[in-house]
Write a new protein. Structure first.
Length: 105
């Protein structure tokens, strides 16, 4: 019985630590944005929604921060996984997404 309880707690911990549940820290995300994301999101390169463009971000905002973070980590449409930042952690990406969202909410 103890092994089953331990397994359940372990699985619950793994599931609750997933990226989809994470929300980022916008203040910390500004540095990540400036280092990694701004090349595309300042210019709109390859269809990236520009920072602060409420119209371009409106449908994305409706998807929710966790979904956008997941998309940024795994890649979506022309955006490569992690925006090509192989050294960025999931937390870094979540923070960058939170920063970008803070400019359109």
């Amino acid at each position: 019985m103890r092994a089953i309880v331990t397994a359940v707690v372990l699985v619950a911990g793994i599931l609750s630590s997933g990226v989809a549940a994470a929300e980022g820290d916008a203040a910390a995300g500004e540095a990540v944005y400036n280092r990694v994301c701004k090349m595309c999101h300042n210019s709109g390169m390859m269809g990236a929604p520009k920072l602060g463009d409420r119209k371009a971000w409106s449908a994305r905002v409706e998807q929710g921060e966790s979904t956008l973070t997941e998309h940024a980590i795994t890649g979506i449409r022309k955006m490569p996984p992690r925006g090509t930042c192989k050294s960025c952690s999931d937390e870094d990406i979540a923070n960058a997404v939170a920063y970008m969202l803070s400019k359109v909410k």
